[in-house]
Design a protein around this ligand. Sequence first.
Ligand SMILES: C[S@@+](CC[C@H](N)C(=O)[O-])C[C@H]1O[C@@H](n2cnc3c(N)ncnc32)[C@H](O)[C@@H]1O
Length: 255
Amino acid sequence: MELNLFSVELCSRQFTRLHEMPTAELSYKEYTEKFGEMTEDAQTYFANFAAHRPGITREEVVDQYTKWSETYDQDLCSSGRYHGPKIAADAVAEEFKDGRESIKILDIGAGTGNFGKEAYKHGFRELHGIDPSSGMLERCQEKNIYKKLLCDFFQRDTPGFENDEYDCTVVAGAMGEGHLSCDCLYEMIRVVKPGGLVVIVMRKEYLDYVKEYKDRLEPLMDQLETERKWQKISRKIVPNYSFNKEGVVYKFRRE
Ligand SMILES: C[S@@+](CC[C@H](N)C(=O)[O-])C[C@H]1O[C@@H](n2cnc3c(N)ncnc32)[C@H](O)[C@@H]1O
């Protein structure tokens, strides 16, 4: 597969400053011709980018994750390159101090289940997940943490979810090119109970260059607040979310 990628000048620094990689300018082939073998960090960054490349369709996203699913955990999570699941689980735990074992949480874009793994450590047990990649969900099932897993896209009126079903919905790392659309905010609000919590953790720079989100995602978040669909509890920038890049953590309370 041809991967179109990053700035030549920054690549020449041998990916020691991954957080500075901005956009797509260099192909995988050009990279290897110019700089030789890639470091493991670079390979993983390219694998991640392959699932986020500009113009990718949602079906291609699914395909990419299914191909990647065997080594995803090792490449991103246990290697310490990606901290989204822990950041998300800590954010949820901050809002639910008691009775965690009965708090019903929907993990949107659950992938291989790393949010569940972290949430379990905090005492959460009622974990459900949805993800359209069968490969990622197979890895998730092996962890034996989630009580219900749906293999589907999360979108408006997703079959299988009642109104007001969850105490909390959470998104860790499932925002990106070809991933969750802005419309999904309506669905998060539909499936969470009044007074329930919506947590979204994503790479901050996607707000600046993912077409679906640029000048759209945060204005829609604000609009939903004006319409009293939810109330923003906080918007926090966190360092070292993935590949040393900043993340943004949103928390909303459904009205
Ligand atoms: C970077 S992975 C994150 C997985 C997991 N949440 C984690 O933090 O490790 C993104 C996941 O989002 C899923 N995804 C992409 N589009 C989606 C959609 N429309 N609905 C639900 N999940 C989606 C992908 O299949 C993939 O498993």
